[in-house]
Design a protein around this ligand. Structure first.
Ligand SMILES: [Zn+2]
Length: 334
């Protein structure tokens, strides 16, 4: 595996390796359980993406951007393998509520009817929230790759493109947007500079960009314990306020606000233990046992074992800044 020559955000060559993963490991993480044809195909697709069997995650000492090498995003075919069921949209109500509040106060300052675009709008949960609060369908445009998501969004009466922003032209959209929403999308992207250039085509000075990405500190914490949640080629970039500022300022966007999701200690521990328990169910499906007393016995034994094996993780999760997501509000200043 070659060493990266430059940071994709700032171009610095002061880079250190954080971790390295194999295609077998990633395919098993993305599609847990026994080796199925889907899991094997996933492994093959990952190797095609990497042109090899290994990928690394690197960190830039200059701007603190963490990124995958090869710095190559997953294609639609790989996503359709991973997200084969419709129920994969994560509940990200935390950033929805914060964004909505900030949009409401921002649009009060505008003298015209605001226009909004959501990129990678999932099943339209956030757009639905907008329609219930101050926006009409004509003011909104969305992009979404998945067929099920596209249908759900069109069902709301909202125009939706099955392409990303980088593939939209002025013929597709004549308007300029006042507000751009990008929830849990940026970490999947590699054409990050082109994205901001494109954004500048479709916005004007003063526009707002609302971004949510996984929490950098949460991911760094779990890296140290050998749990890799940012798996290439699905998650190819990991941001914090410094690296997002380094990227956005090059293109005339300043960060106005940065928030890390706050959760309680018990919420963090439960979330971690539930996810570990769910992974074990693919290997040893004790929850499918019909005899209730045996099922309960195995359930609590497994939780106890997971607790004991991960005692260092559970102790470390006391740190209050280890919520799952982080959120940014940016303003176009040039
Ligand atoms: Zn950098």
């Amino acid at each position: 595996m070659p060493k990266p020559s430059a940071c994709p955000v700032c171009g610095s060559n002061k880079l250190t390796e954080l971790f390295r993963v194999s295609s077998l490991f990633v395919s098993r993480q993305l599609i847990p359980g026994k080796a199925t044809d889907r899991q094997k195909l996933c492994k093959t697709k990952i190797e095609q993406n990497w042109s090899g069997q290994y990928a690394g995650y690197y960190s830039c000492a200059n701007c603190s951007f963490d990124f995958a090498l090869p710095f190559q995003a997953a294609d639609a075919e790989l996503y359709s393998l991973i997200y084969y069921s419709e129920g994969h949209y994560p509940a990200i109500k935390w950033e929805f509520a914060i964004t909505l509040n900030n949009i409401v106060s921002y649009i009060k300052k505008l003298s015209h009817q605001p226009k909004l675009i959501e990129i990678g709008a999932g099943n339209g949960s956030f757009l639905k929230l907008l329609l219930e609060n101050t926006f009409s369908a004509e003011q909104i445009i969305a992009t979404e790759y998945s067929e099920a998501g596209l249908k759900a969004i069109e069902g709301l009466g909202i125009r939706c493109f099955s392409r990303d922003l980088n593939n939209l032209t002025e013929q597709d959209i004549e308007d300029k947007f006042d507000i751009v929403c990008l929830f849990q999308v940026l970490e999947h992207m590699t054409d990050i500079h082109y994205f901001f250039e494109k954004l500048n085509h479709f916005t004007q000075t003063g526009a707002r960009l609302y971004v949510s990405v996984p929490n950098y500190y949460h991911r760094r914490f779990f890296d140290r314990h050998g749990y890799y949640y940012d798996l290439p080629p699905v998650h190819v970039g990991r941001y914090n306020a410094k690296s997002l500022a380094a990227l956005s300022e090059k293109h005339g966007w300043d960060i106005l606000q940065h928030l890390v999701q706050t959760t309680t200690y018990s919420e963090r521990v439960k979330k971690f233990l539930f996810s570990q328990f769910a992974r074990w169910q693919h290997i040893f499906p004790s929850e499918k046992i019909k005899l209730k007393i045996l099922k309960l016995f195995l359930r609590y034994t497994l939780y106890l074992l997971l607790f004991m094996v991960n005692i260092r993780v559970i102790t470390g999760l006391r740190l209050s800044y280890l919520g799952t997501a982080q959120w940014f509000e940016l303003e176009r200043t040039k």
